[in-house]
Design a protein around this ligand. Structure first.
Ligand SMILES: Nc1ncnc2c1ncn2[C@@H]1O[C@H](COP(=O)(O)OP(=O)(O)O)[C@@H](O)[C@H]1O
Ligand SMILES: [Mg+2]
Length: 197
């Protein structure tokens, strides 16, 4: 599902090269849950963000489900990103949009569903993450765990093949962490055939 061939990344800041990822080759199979472990600054986020080209690689080849991601133009990249959901450590919700509108955003941007179908899909996603009663609230009115549930619903909105999780629970307390992990684990087996995480 995901293949890296000699992918490397160096950031350039104020004329100085900052090596973030040494040449790396790896393979993640379809349905596999693949974890990256390393100390702070090891390059975990960089590697993750290279998969959907939130960061551009300095070299090497990235292939996802047979498609060479490193060769995509802007249009191809927009289409490709609909197949990749992402959950962030600090949720990255839009403060000025309601819970429902945050979840609807990837569907609105994709432009493939009618307003009515988007509303139906959002309702289904919010039910799945246990937030049906919070649809009209704003992110500031939610707990950390609830915010991350919105993040998960948003990440799953376009039925992605891959779910990228960048420390999805490290901003949460242990109990909330357990419930968010349960939610992700519950989702995983049901969609085993078309999800990597
Ligand atoms: N946007 C950036 N610009 C410059 N340097 C960066 C940037 N993002 C990360 N780095 C540097 O790249 C290295 C790897 O960072 P990162 O991938 O965030 O590590 P991790 O997620 O494992 O903590 C670090 O030295 C970090 O300072
Ligand atoms: Mg990180």
């Amino acid at each position: 599902m995901i293949e890296f061939q000699n992918v490397h990344k160096t950031y350039r800041v104020a004329g100085k090269d900052i090596p973030a990822l040494h040449p790396t080759s790896l393979r993640v199979e379809n349905g596999q849950v693949f974890g990256l472990i390393g100390h702070s600054g090891a390059g975990k986020s960089t590697l993750l963000r290279l998969i959907n080209r939130l960061e551009e690689p300095s070299g090497g080849q990235i292939t996802v489900d047979g498609e060479e991601v490193t060769a995509l133009d802007a249009n191809g990249l927009r289409r490709f990103r609909q197949q990749v959901g992402m959950i962030f450590q600090h949720f990255n919700l839009l403060a000025s949009k309601t819970v429902a509108d945050n979840v609807a955003l990837p569907l609105t941007l994709a432009g493939e569903l009618s307003r009515k179908d988007i509303d139906l899909r959002v309702a289904e996603l919010l039910a799945r993450v246990g937030l049906s009663d919070h649809a009209r609230k704003y992110p500031a009115q939610l707990s950390g765990g609830q915010k991350q549930r919105v993040g998960i619903a948003r990440a799953l909105a376009t039925k992605p093949k891959i779910l990228l999780c960048d420390e999805a629970t490290s901003a949460l307390d242990p109990q909330t962490t357990a419930s968010v992990l349960q939610l992700l684990a519950r989702d995983q087996p049901r969609t085993q055939a078309d999800h990597s995480c």
